[in-house]
Ligand binder design. Structure first.
Ligand code: SF4
Length: 364
């Protein structure tokens, strides 16, 4: 398959691994920020192929996983209102809240629908003028522009039964929070290629400039990731810390101006809660006042409930890179894709689900 097979070429991969082994002398800790990278690394056995002095840690780059329980509870509270139709992406409906999930609410009669995009949610709003259609928006800078476009479309059409529960998050602020916490001392970060395709490279330059840590933007195929790892270990060995782009076929320095303009037209930054990390300043997106009529948190009375997390779930620690799924005593026997206890087992980009599907009980 063009544009995929060449990035999975075994011989090229072996060559990259050999180069990495030749360059890399000292112990290094690298974090792959994005859940998509974690899945690819585990699926292709990259951890085991790398020299033993290179430790790979997973980061918080799974939007479903980082959505805190309180926000899941908000979506459930909205689903319980008889006048609403809740629309969201598939993974979200299985994430447990404090005492229920959107899936359970659906089984009990709530109108909860899986959609593939906010555009589908708009169509549901058009077809159901007597109902209030809420799109539960999760995702990073990649998803937010499409949701913003749906809000602009709803305004242009005069659609007055379409709302967004904006749980969108931004990547650079949470990276800053992780680095400032010094909970783990990283040597390098693999930056999320799809996010950088929208934002451009500039928002990630702070990693090297402010924190003296190597950074490389990567795509999601094995050779993309190996090339990024090579860039990182070379920087570490040379005592450099800058941002390199191992995904130049997609990521441009300036990013996607049109997508950014749409996102900035509709959303403003706001403090936001991250599972396991807490409130991170300016790391979320809320609708601007001009679009306030479409803000579900403004349009509905949302009952507050006491937030309860499963006491055995260590998703928060996993999202900060301080623990791995096999450190969780519930992993596999109690918590598995058929009975997910936490979001990291629900999401296709979650570490627990990736470890469950592709192995990874060893120490690497
Ligand atoms: Fe949470 Fe399940 Fe992962 Fe344990 S294995 S951290 S319970 S999602």
């Amino acid at each position: 398959m063009q544009y995929i097979d060449e990035y999975r070429d075994t011989e090229l991969g072996k060559g990259l691994i050999k180069r990495i082994a030749t360059i890399s002398k000292r112990p290094v800790k690298l974090m792959e920020f994005c859940g998509g990278h974690t899945v690819s690394i585990l699926k292709h056995g990259i951890r085991q192929l790398l020299p033993s002095n290179i430790e790979m840690l997973s980061g918080p780059g799974c939007p479903v996983c980082v959505t805190p329980v309180g926000d899941i509870d908000k979506s459930i509270a909205l689903a319980r209102k008889p006048e609403t139709i809740i629309t969201t992406f598939g993974d979200m409906i299985r994430v447990p809240g404090s005492s229920s999930s959107l899936q359970k609410e659906k089984a009990e009669g709530a109108d909860v629908r899986i959609v593939y995009s906010a555009r589908d949610a708009i169509e549901i709003a058009r077809l159901n003028p007597l109902k209030k259609v809420v799109f539960v928006g999760v995702g990073f800078e990649t998803t937010a522009p499409t949701v913003a476009a749906s809000v602009m479309q709803a305004m242009n059409e005069g659609l007055n039964n379409y709302y967004i529960l904006s749980l969108h998050k931004l990547c650079p602020p949470v990276m800053t929070a992780l680095l400032l916490s010094h909970e783990i001392e990283l040597d390098g970060i693999i930056c999320p290629g799809h996010v950088c395709a929208v934002t451009g490279t500039r928002p990630f330059e702070f990693i090297g400039r402010d924190h003296n840590i190597a950074a490389a933007i990567s795509g999601f195929e094995p050779l993309d990731i190996l090339l990024a790892v090579e860039m990182l270990v070379r920087q570490v060995e040379d005592g450099k810390h800058t941002l390199e782009n191992a995904y130049a076929r997609v990521v441009r320095h300036e990013g996607n101006r049109q997508a950014l303009n749409i996102m900035n037209e509709v959303f403003k930054t706001a403090d936001s809660g991250w599972r396991g990390i807490g409130i991170v300043p300016d790391s979320g997106l809320r609708l601007k006042d001009k679009y306030r009529a479409f803000d579900a948190e403004n349009a509905f009375e949302i009952e507050q409930i006491v937030v309860r997390e499963h006491p055995g779930c260590i998703c928060g620690d996993i999202l900060r890179g301080v623990k791995r799924p096999y450190n969780c005593r519930l992993f596999k026997d109690v918590c598995n894709p058929g009975n997910p206890v936490g979001p990291c087992m629900v999401s296709a980009e979650g570490s627990c689900s990736a470890y469950y599907l592709y192995g990874g009980e060893d120490e690497r």
